[in-house]
Design a protein around this ligand. Structure first.
Ligand SMILES: Nc1ncnc2c1ncn2[C@@H]1O[C@H](COP(=O)(O)OP(=O)(O)OP(=O)(O)O)[C@@H](O)[C@H]1O
Ligand SMILES: [Mg+2]
Length: 440
């Protein structure tokens, strides 16, 4: 028996003026267990027939909740500016709190609610891609999508709350102590495992938007990838690549992808190399405020990565020497390989994970009584008002080719509350966690 999948079959709520609360309270819309992952392309043609099994084993096998707009208004204090966590190309993101009464099976927890800006550059397609991918892919290093809301033209996404916000916030914020080397290595390791999981599944996924702002951090610096709006299913059968419009963010996209539109998992590996370089250098991949030779981080730093004598010029001076020299050399070599112009010369993400694992130990690091400051749980991820509005230009082109204009992002930063940790205490904590972590 076959059944045609249409938007209406999958998301009946999108076709109602109001989603009845009684209906949306009915436990998860979809039951657990997914075998055959549903692709975005299966849905973009609403006429494409799929069997009932395909449906129940794919999107229906995910564990997403639907919410009404009224419920999301309530949990975010009517999308109050004081709940604003940040804003990207999709729209603003607000902190909310789900209590135990909202859904019987959903535990009380803070959440992040992302609201599609109806005048923005992104739209229904990105929202749907997020649901299709994150609704079906579950992994300790992918952010958990809890549910969504689709009412009239409104499109929202509800995620687990990541208390430290994005790597971009943590790495580049001014007026605060530098992110310690141990945390940097842990973040890279986690993000690499997330990317390896995407690349090496039965049906590989090309993430296409790997960058510091899409790596979210929980209180112990566990990294999780977010934003699957640009993700693509990898090539199938004998295909070597996916041909697609050039999308992504300036400074992160692989050169061959920009030149040809040919997308492979190796394009993500290049972007990983860019983030790796940002992490060890503490510098943004593109920065027009730097001297002209240094504005493009990869062009400036890559030639120095293989020369241990020059490496000091690349390593973040804010670390004040508190890093593993051996670890830094290995990380630099890895960045060099990931940033190779020849896509085939780049390592697979599973190899990147293997190379990063031993870098979690920093035996030759000077453990000094250095104290750094981390925000208290519950208040981390927000930053000081004085840092308001770090905006940077990026180019995102939509698959429908309608736009190629720059999007401006604005960040609102809120006050920090401070607690202190010593480097060695943090090291012990991380070491314990690393010993308990498994590759997935
Ligand atoms: N699950 C979450 N938990 C906590 N904060 C979040 C969460 N998701 C997003 N944020 C915050 O909201 C900000 C905006 O996120 P968003 O993904 O919309 O934009 P971006 O990644 O900065 O830009 P882009 O549109 O290019 O992806 C993030 O930088 C982060 O600070
Ligand atoms: Mg993002």
């Amino acid at each position: 028996m076959t059944l045609k999948i249409t938007w209406k079959t999958i998301m009946p709520g999108c076709y109602k003026t109001e989603t009845p609360i009684a209906e949306s309270r009915k436990k998860p819309v979809l039951k657990q267990g997914s075998f055959q992952r549903l692709s975005l392309s299966d849905l973009s043609n609403p006429g494409s027939p799929l069997s009932v099994d395909d449906i129940s084993n794919s999107l229906i096998g995910s564990n997403l909740y639907t919410f009404t707009l009224a419920e999301l208004r309530e949990i975010t204090h009517n999308f109050s500016p004081s709940n604003l966590l940040g804003e990207g190309g999709f729209g603003p993101v607000y902190k909310g709190f789900i209590d135990e009464k909202l859904r019987p099976k959903l535990k009380a927890q803070p959440v992040a609610v992302k609201l599609l800006d109806l005048d923005g550059l992104q739209g229904h397609r990105e929202w749907l891609a997020e649901i299709i991918f994150l609704g079906q892919l579950r992994h300790p290093h992918l952010v958990k999508l809890i549910g969504y809301c689709c009412e009239d033209e409104h499109r929202l996404l509800i995620y687990e709350y990541m208390a430290r916000g994005s790597l971009e916030n943590q790495l580049f914020r001014r007026y605060s102590a530098a992110l310690p080397w141990s945390a940097r290595m842990k973040i890279l390791f986690g993000a690499a495992k997330g990317l390896a999981f995407l690349h090496e599944g039965d049906k590989p996924v090309i993430y296409r938007d790997f960058k510091a702002s899409n790596i979210l951090l929980d209180p112990d610096y566990t990294a999780k990838l977010s934003d699957f709006g640009l993700a693509k299913d990898g090539p199938e059968g004998d295909e070597t690549h996916v041909s697609t419009r050039i999308m992504g963010t300036h400074g992160y996209a692989a050169p061959e992808y920009i030149m040809t539109g040919h997308l492979t998992t190796m394009s993500d590996v290049y972007s990983f190399g860019v983030v790796l370089l940002e992490v060890i250098s503490g510098k943004r991949s593109m920065d027009k405020t730097r001297p002209s030779r240094e504005q493009n981080l990869v062009e400036w730093a890559r030639p120095m990565l293989k020369d241990p004598r020059k490496l000091d010029r690349v390593i973040d001076s804010r670390l004040e020497g508190l890093f593993s020299t051996k670890g830094a050399q290995k990380a630099a070599e890895l960045a060099y390989k990931c940033l190779s112009h020849q896509a085939k010369a780049r390592p697979a993400m599973s190899d990147v994970v293997k190379i990063l694992e031993p870098l979690q130990d920093f035996d030759d690091t000077v453990i000094s009584p250095f104290v750094y400051v981390v925000p208290a749980e519950g208040e981390v991820g927000d930053e000081s008002e004085s840092e308001k509005d770090i905006s940077h230009q990026e180019i995102k082109e939509r698959d429908d080719g309608q736009q190629n204009r720059p999007a401006w992002r604005h960040r609102i930063k809120l006050p920090l509350s401070l607690v202190a940790y010593s480097e060695s205490a943090l090291y012990k904590k991380f070491r314990h966690e690393l010993n308990t972590q498994t590759y997935q």
